[in-house]
Design a binder for this molecule. Structure first.
Ligand code: KIV
Ligand code: NA
Length: 276
């Protein structure tokens, strides 16, 4: 399993970091089998596997429930778990408590928080001091979708670009172990990556980030409704799964399934004795 020091070393050695989301036992198991460097139990699970229309309804309990399943499926992969909407904004005490619950119940290696407000920066210091590695998340921060006015690229004008550069520095200075950059222009992501000693993990942020993260279900196109333009599709499994289920459905109707090879038999002798 990678650790935070190794992740920094990978950046130092220009070795790219691969990260993918996982939300349950089978997705974690396949991610680990593929040799992925880091797993993110993203609060995107609210949209991807729970069918909500944003990440806002996701709770700490949801993150723990899914996080535990992921850890069982990928016990040897560095796993980051998202702190969900408002679970780290009410007070430092409440935030620390929620981080404690997530870390102790899931035995994950790090948590992730969105943004770089003064409040969040202080929290990162407290968490780091308490032994909780924190990954930051800048650019398109989906928990603020209603403030941002939609899922759109960030940092396209001078003011927001400069703010992003500064926010990333602040995250590093306050102890973050990595920063996710979501939907920012690649030139800006490159500049931010070069200015930090901690790794940047990009999603829709170009090739010059130190690592990349994608949503599992986007990579294999499993049950997704929408494909962001930055997603590269490596496999399309939805039609394969639907076909398999439709065949099964038809074979049940046609009495083709189950056949003798998929049934259990008892002794002929016993069948006679019991008059079956
Ligand atoms: O929840 C998530 O999947 C994320 C990634 C998109 C970075 O935060
Ligand atoms: Na997230």
């Amino acid at each position: 399993m990678k650790n935070t020091l190794q992740l920094q070393k990978m950046k130092h050695n220009s070795e790219k970091i691969s990260m993918v989301t996982a939300y349950d036992y089978p997705s974690a198991k396949t991610a680990e089998a593929a040799g992925i460097d880091m797993i993110l139990v993203g609060d995107s699970l609210g949209m991807v596997v729970l069918g909500y229309d944003s990440t806002i309804q996701v709770t700490v309990e949801d993150m723990i429930h899914h996080g535990k399943a992921v850890r069982r499926g990928a016990p040897d992969t560095f796993t980051v778990i998202d702190m969900p909407f408002m679970s780290y904004h009410i007070s430092v005490e409440k935030a620390l408590e929620n981080a404690q619950l997530i870390m102790q119940h899931t035995n994950a290696q790090a948590i992730k928080v969105e943004g770089a407000s003064v409040h969040t920066l202080q929290l990162i210091q407290h968490l780091t001091e308490a032994g909780v590695p924190v990954v930051g998340h800048l650019g398109l921060t989906p928990q603020s979708v209603h403030v941002l006015g939609g899922y759109r690229i960030q940092g396209k004008d001078k003011q927001t670009a400069e703010k992003l550069i500064n926010d990333a520095k602040q995250l590093e200075q306050n102890g973050a172990v990595a920063v996710v950059l979501e939907c920012v222009p690649d030139q800006l992501a490159k500049h931010i990556s070069q200015g930090l000693s901690i790794p940047t993990i990009g999603i829709g942020a170009g090739k010059d980030c130190d690592g990349q993260v994608l949503v599992y279900h986007d990579i294999v196109q499993y049950g997704v409704d929408f494909k962001p333009s930055f997603v590269k599709v490596y496999s399309e499994i939805s039609p394969i799964v639907t076909d398999a289920l439709a065949q099964y459905h038809q074979e049940v109707k046609d009495r083709q399934y189950p056949d003798d090879t998929h049934s259990f038999k008892m002794d002929d002798q016993l069948v006679k004795e019991l008059n079956l």
